[in-house]
Design a protein around this ligand. Structure first.
Ligand SMILES: *Cc1c(COP(=O)(O)O)cnc(C)c1O
Length: 386
């Protein structure tokens, strides 16, 4: 079976892990954690980087730090991985699910603006509240779905007008540029990244929060590492133990050393698919990617805009028969049991796309021969059907 997306562990991971064992620095402090944070600062153009246990814990800590609490709301695109919404739930808050743009599959700025204009109002204290629930809207959480940058300029302008902080879920978007600037300079107050096994680079598991606000970054480092203020076990707030271990960071450093190489390989894989399927459009299209917008292509695949559910099931069966791993992709949050009652502002785009998206194998060490096998399987099915 040609796997969808598996880690490429062929650099310095082994020696660095051996070093952790030899020096006994295996836990939550150590030189690799420091090196990892400095590499993340550099890779994202940030003033400060905090390594965390996962992308989800990074999001939870970030939302907590900007004051999201019980009964509050955070605006989240409905088309995302469930961790974006779960981080809101972990603050005892509820996401407001907003649909995505047809052109980029990211939070739709026009819908965001319409929601704030028609469904929110300020109370006498000046707090922005959702009329339907009375809950305070505390933040906007755009997601870099498929690694693509959302329209951050418009989203941040709307957020600024509304007086709301932007917390970016760039979990899988390491290396993505935003309007020509590195990731941490997108206009978001805090940007969260994941180093889970399926992302561009991995730490086994892990995350990072990057920011241009050094004081807030330091506060998050404190908050995610038990908020201890003295060696005598004084803690100033109820913090979290969301630290990345030196073992994880050792893998993360080895992976980060290959960031440019991995970005190059992911782009080449995406380009090869796009070229190979150009003549079977519009039955088969590449993932949404508006001109002028950057994405790291961590995930490659196709979008079949006219396919029925039965077509997609038959297609996945054909991929499996050809020895190609074929999993479906994200199901929107408004179809998830925990968010069945969450407030929403939808226009049908997420519903129209989610089951017509098919990720294709795109590990950075995917061989040309294996990619040809995938291409032949896709063309064999859609060439016939289309
Ligand atoms: C992977 C991912 C996360 C979660 O990261 P973990 O490290 O697995 O906790 C959150 N949001 C998005 C969009 C993701 O792709």
């Amino acid at each position: 079976m040609i796997p969808l997306c598996v880690p490429n562990i062929s650099g310095n991971e082994g020696p660095y892990l051996q070093d952790c064992v030899a020096t006994t620095f295996v836990s939550s402090v150590g030189p690799y954690v420091d090196r990892f944070e400095s590499m993340m600062r550099e890779a994202t153009g940030a003033a400060f980087a905090v390594a965390t246990a996962s992308g989800t814990t990074a999001l939870h800590a970030a939302l907590h730090a900007v004051g999201v609490g019980p009964g509050d709301h955070v605006i989240v695109p409905t088309y995302t991985f469930i961790a974006s919404a779960n981080a809101v739930s972990q603050c005892h808050a509820t996401p407001i699910l907003v649909d995505v743009g047809a052109d980029d599959w990211c939070l739709d700025p026009a819908l965001l603006q319409a929601l704030l204009a028609t469904e929110a109002e300020r109370d006498i204290a000046g707090t922005l509240r959702l009329k339907r629930t009375g809950g305070a809207i505390r933040a906007i959480l755009p997601v870099f779905g498929m690694g693509l940058a959302p329209d951050m300029a418009r989203i941040c302008a709307i957020a600024k007008d509304a007086g709301l902080p932007v917390i970016a879920d760039a979990a899988a978007a390491l290396g993505t540029m935003v309007d020509g600037r590195p990731l941490a300079q997108s206009g978001a107050l805090l940007t969260c990244i994941s180093f889970n096994g399926n992302k561009l680079t991995t730490a086994g598991g892990g995350g990072a929060i990057v920011t241009m606000d050094e004081a807030l970054g330091r506060r998050l480092k404190h908050l995610t590492s038990t908020a201890r203020v003295t060696a005598a076990y004084d803690h100033d707030v109820a913090g979290f133990n969301y630290r990345m271990t030196n073992l994880q960071a050792a893998v993360g450093v080895a992976q980060s050393e290959r960031l440019a190489e991995f970005l190059h390989k992911k782009r080449a894989i995406a380009d090869r698919y796009a070229t190979a399927f150009a003549d079977i459009a519009p039955a088969v299209l590449p993932f949404a990617h508006p001109k002028g917008r950057d994405g790291n292509h961590w995930l490659s695949g196709i979008f079949c805009p006219t396919a029925t559910e039965a077509d997609m099931a038959a297609f996945r069966a054909a991929l499996a028969a050809a020895g190609v791993e074929s999993r479906a992709f994200w199901k929107p949050m408004h179809h998830q049991a925990p968010y069945a009652a969450a407030p929403r502002h939808l226009n049908g785009v997420a519903d129209a796309i989610w089951n017509r998206i098919q990720p294709l194998p795109c590990s950075t060490h995917l061989t040309g021969e294996d990619q040809q096998t995938v291409i032949a399987a896709v063309r064999g099915f859609w060439g016939r059907a289309g």
